[in-house]
Structure formats: structure tokens, C-alpha cells
Design a protein around this ligand. Structure first.
Ligand SMILES: [Cu+2]
Length: 250
């Protein structure tokens, strides 16, 4: 068990790891994951202690009546644990909701097997790259053109369904400039595993410059993004063995 610990912890980092947060919303989710994990560890340990006492026929266990077993095992033990875990989930989950309006709102449309991002002023990018300013919240209005997909940037926030004819809003935030990766998280066909996108977080001034340049280049879908290749990294591991598609879909 202890020997496997380094291997298990190695899975906590990486481009698509929700346990390696790079923003406050992702940090909330990572904290919730650890609260649930350690809550389940504590509950498991308590049950194992009771099991051990019963196995050893301890006097403490032998004195309990069936009614005391039912009340103790069915109420006293699980209720406080479940109340604590549910309370943590409600508080941390509520903080993920997009209260009010973020300074920037970007439209996201999923279509097998690509993502299209629409910025204010009608700038449309379909080169599988989402540009955002670092250090501030951004609202993504997510929809789909064909089937149900799911928009997910594990290191920046939660995931949300992309549903045809319906708009779901999710708020993301990156603490620092950098490149993060997003992935469709709802199986949508044979190209699902390669339905990835980059998120490039920039300093606010640099982001404003990019928007200005994109505005000058419209229609953007006919031209490459000015940042394409800047600080580029390869897509993360889950794409192993699949051919990367850069546009067009279907
Ligand atoms: Cu998919």
C-alpha cells in the first residue's frame, strides 16, 4: 500500500489534473476532492475499528444491544460525517456559481469535434485556442451545435454540459499567464478523445492587444491566431495514438 503511494500521488499533477489547480475555482474543487477523500478515509477507519472490535469479541461490542447497533451504526456514525461532507460540498460548490456578471463573457460552441469561441465585437476563433486575461474571472456561455458535449478545463474550474439549443454559463479564472488544456468531457463520438483545446491566459494588457489585433484581422476564422505557436506545448497524454485535428470537424 505504502509502496504504491508515490505512483498514486504522481496522478495528482499534469495538464488535465483537477488536483493541480491554477485558479481559485479549480482550487475550490481540488479542496472539495480532498475533503471527500479524507472524509471517506476517516469513515472507513471507524468502520474497520468497529469490525476489529467485533472480531475480537471485545466487551464493549458484546454489551451493545441490536437497537444500539442500529442507532449507532445507522445514525450516530454516518450522520455527522455526511452532514460535514454535504456542508463542505454546498459551501464550496456555491462559490463556483457565476454570481453577478464577469467583466468578460465569451461564447463557446461545441461541434463534433471542435470548439468555436466568440468574443465581444464578434471576433470568432475556431483554431481550438481560447484566449483569456489572467487574474480575473471570465464567463463562458457554452452551447453545442449537434450533440451534447462537456466543456472542461480541469486546472481552471469545473465542467459544464454543452447542450444544443441551450446556454450554460461557467466561470473560470487563471491565477497567472500560461497555457492550460481543455477537453470535452462527455462522450460524443469517435473523435471525442481528440476534442481538446488550449487556453492561453495573458496579462490583461497583452490580452487587450490580442483582442485589438484579432479585431483588425476579422474574419478571424479565415486566418490563424496571432498567438498560434507562442509557448506552444503538446496536447496532454490522453490523446496518445489519436490524430490531432485542427479544424473543420465532422
Ligand atoms: Cu466529446
Amino acid at each position: 500500500m505504502l509502496g504504491a503511494t508515490p505512483l498514486l500521488l504522481a496522478g495528482c499533477s499534469g495538464e488535465l489534473s483537477a488536483l493541480d489547480p491554477a485558479g481559485p475555482r479549480a482550487a475550490n474543487l481540488a479542496l472539495l476532492w480532498w475533503v471527500m477523500f479524507w472524509g471517506s478515509v476517516v469513515l472507513f477507519a471507524l468502520v474497520m475499528v468497529l469490525f476489529g472490535l467485533a472480531y475480537l469479541r471485545s466487551n464493549l461490542i458484546a454489551r451493545l444491544t441490536p437497537a444500539q447497533w442500529i442507532v449507532g451504526g445507522g445514525l450516530v456514525l454516518p450522520v455527522p460525517v455526511l452532514v460535514l461532507l454535504t456542508g463542505a460540498a454546498l459551501v464550496l460548490g456555491e462559490q463556483l456559481l457565476p454570481h453577478g456578471q464577469a467583466p468578460l463573457r465569451i461564447g463557446v460552441e461545441a461541434q463534433r469535434w471542435n470548439w468555436t469561441f466568440t468574443y465581444p465585437d464578434g471576433i470568432v476563433l475556431d483554431d481550438q485556442t481560447l484566449h483569456i486575461p489572467a487574474g480575473q474571472p471570465v464567463d463562458l456561455a457554452v452551447s453545442a451545435a449537434d450533440v451534447i458535449h462537456s466543456f472542461w478545463v480541469p486546472r481552471l474550474g469545473g465542467k459544464i454540459d454543452a447542450i444544443p439549443g441551450h446556454i450554460n454559463v461557467i466561470r473560470l479564472q487563471a491565477d497567472r499567464p500560461g497555457i492550460y488544456w481543455g477537453q470535452c468531457a462527455e462522450y460524443c463520438g469517435e473523435g471525442h478523445d481528440i476534442m481538446q483545446f488550449r487556453v492561453e491566459a495573458h496579462e490583461p494588457d497583452a490580452f487587450a492587444d490580442i483582442l485589438a489585433r484579432l479585431r483588425d484581422q476579422r474574419p478571424a476564422s479565415a486566418q490563424p491566431s496571432p498567438l498560434r505557436g507562442e509557448g506552444a506545448t503538446e496536447p496532454p497524454a490522453p490523446l496518445k495514438g489519436a490524430n490531432r485535428r485542427s479544424g473543420g470537424g465532422q
